[in-house]
Design a protein around this ligand. Structure first.
Ligand code: SF4
Ligand code: SF4
Length: 167
């Protein structure tokens, strides 16, 4: 049977650091999760930095996953639940998003722009700062403008279909 679990298993964009930068953990769930995964401490609570190392073709700590993970439904998933979107169309949208993300990663590698972040989500935040400052040595090159155009195109898709903005 095709259901939302299959859809999320085929997607993973909210676990692999594309749509979300970190998962906020509550004080109560820290003891269990500290045993299961690497947690960055932040005052009394903690955060799970994306890309999540518990994602491997699905969540490998599914029954113990953080509350924020369990309660998160992107707009694509909500539309699927409401039967406004069929499974095939949803998968097609996910694949387009993944292809555009891969194309951006390839261009980033070619341009050799030094970014500190591990996750795609935070890399986009760093790039946005560079773009707005307009001070990077590559800022005025056609390749950089081409990269920014691709990012804006992906951002527009993610905003429209998933309800998430990354740039
Ligand atoms: S981004 Fe949406 S469809 Fe993809 S795994 Fe997360 S909730 Fe599921
Ligand atoms: S704990 Fe599981 S559901 Fe949460 S981000 Fe990691 S892989 Fe995804």
């Amino acid at each position: 049977m095709i259901d939302s679990t299959n859809l999320c298993l085929s997607c993973g964009l909210c676990c692999d650091g594309t749509l979300i930068g970190f998962v906020q953990l509550s004080h109560e769930e820290l003891p269990v999760l500290r045993e299961l995964t690497d947690i960055e401490e932040a005052s009394r609570d903690g955060v799970l930095i994306q890309p999540c190392n518990k994602y491997c073709d699905g969540c490998t700590i599914y029954s113990d996953r953080p509350k924020q993970c369990a309660s998160y439904d992107c707009e694509l998933l909500k539309a699927f639940h409401r039967k406004e979107l069929d499974y095939t169309s949803a998968i097609e949208t996910i694949e387009v998003a993944k292809q555009r993300k891969s194309a951006i990663e390839e261009k980033l590698a070619l341009l050799q722009i030094k970014l500190q972040s591990q996750s795609f989500y935070f890399k986009m935040a760093e790039l946005r700062k560079l773009y707005l400052k307009n001070e990077h040595e590559l800022s005025k090159t056609p390749d950089f403008k081409d990269l920014i155009a691709d990012i804006k195109q992906l951002d527009s898709l993610l905003s429209k279909e998933f309800g998430v903005t990354i740039f």
